[in-house]
Design a protein around this ligand. Structure first.
Ligand SMILES: Nc1ncnc2c1ncn2[C@@H]1O[C@H](COP(=O)(O)OP(=O)(O)OP(=O)(O)O)[C@@H](O)[C@H]1O
Length: 252
């Protein structure tokens, strides 16, 4: 039905990621070069092998790093310069929950970002209870995070980020090292959440549900497309590379 199509387009068109000729250098060495990516898709995937620049791209998108060249706009905003807008716009989940978690108890960890967003203590407490209830974990309120498993720590990070109601959630390989049931459970929670996703991974299976994909190779976007065309091509190339005996790429 064309009306639904138009309505869907209008709903997604109001949120856009625009990267123009983005570059990032460390000590004169390019990590990302000439990255141009425009998308209003609800679930965007970025696939690339180890060292292709994925985590750097995630941090740039979240406004945690400043580009050394080009321009990034998320919803028209420069999130590196406008930290307040960044807090309200983008959440990020990292590979390792230990890099994200600061506080000893679950409720404190979830409340932290909310207080930064400007909620007072009572408002944050209400939001913490609500998110714990939504994930069926009210009994985790005072739980010491150090006693949780790796998968449970990932879930705490996810709850803390989603409690802030980001418009865009960036996933930087958050499922690495988790078993299949845990990955599937976390993925199900995420897909229920009312947020756009930008999922970064070297694992094609993580990205099958994306609407639009970008292939990052040696700091450049080398292909763009839907999962059914791009993921088989990526997998074939990874197998081809894996069959070579050349480890030069791992030398850094
Ligand atoms: N601050 C930095 N200092 C030195 N080198 C860096 C820095 N940040 C990134 N790099 C280099 O840039 C390249 C891309 O790193 P990045 O972590 O973004 O890749 P990645 O695709 O996320 O890799 P992986 O999948 O292995 O996590 C690597 O060669 C890395 O060593």
């Amino acid at each position: 039905m064309p009306q639904i199509h138009d309505a869907e387009r209008a709903a997604t068109a109001d949120f856009a990621i625009r990267l123009d000729d983005l570059g990032y250098e460390v000590a004169d060495r390019p990590v990302l070069s000439g990255v141009t990516l425009h998308s209003s898709a609800r679930r965007i995937g970025v696939v690339g092998r180890n060292g292709s620049g994925k985590s750097t791209l995630a941090r740039l998108l979240a406004g945690l790093l400043a580009p050394t060249g080009g321009r990034i706009r998320i919803n028209g905003q420069d999130l590196y310069r406008d930290r307040r807008a960044a807090l309200d716009t983008v959440g990020i989940l990292f590979q390792n929950p230990e890099h994200q978690i600061i506080f000893p108890r679950v409720s404190e960890e979830i409340a932290f970002g909310l207080r930064h967003q400007g909620l007072d203590k009572a408002q944050a407490a209400v939001r913490v209870q609500a998110v714990l209830a939504a994930f069926d974990k009210p009994h985790w309120h005072d739980a010491p995070i150090s006693a949780l498993s790796q998968g449970q720590k990932h879930l705490v990070c996810m709850m803390a980020v989603l409690a802030m109601r980001p418009k865009l959630l960036i996933l930087d390989e958050p499922y690495a090292g988790l078993d299949i049931p845990t990955r599937r459970q976390l993925a199900r929670h995420l897909h229920r959440a009312d947020t756009r996703l930008l999922h970064i991974s070297h694992e094609p299976a993580d990205l099958e549900a994306c609407d639009e994909l970008f292939w990052l190779d040696r700091g450049r976007i080398v292909a763009r497309g839907g999962p059914s065309e791009l993921l088989p091509a990526f997998t074939a190339e990874m197998i081809r590379l894996g069959d070579l005996d050349d480890l030069a790429d791992l030398a850094g």
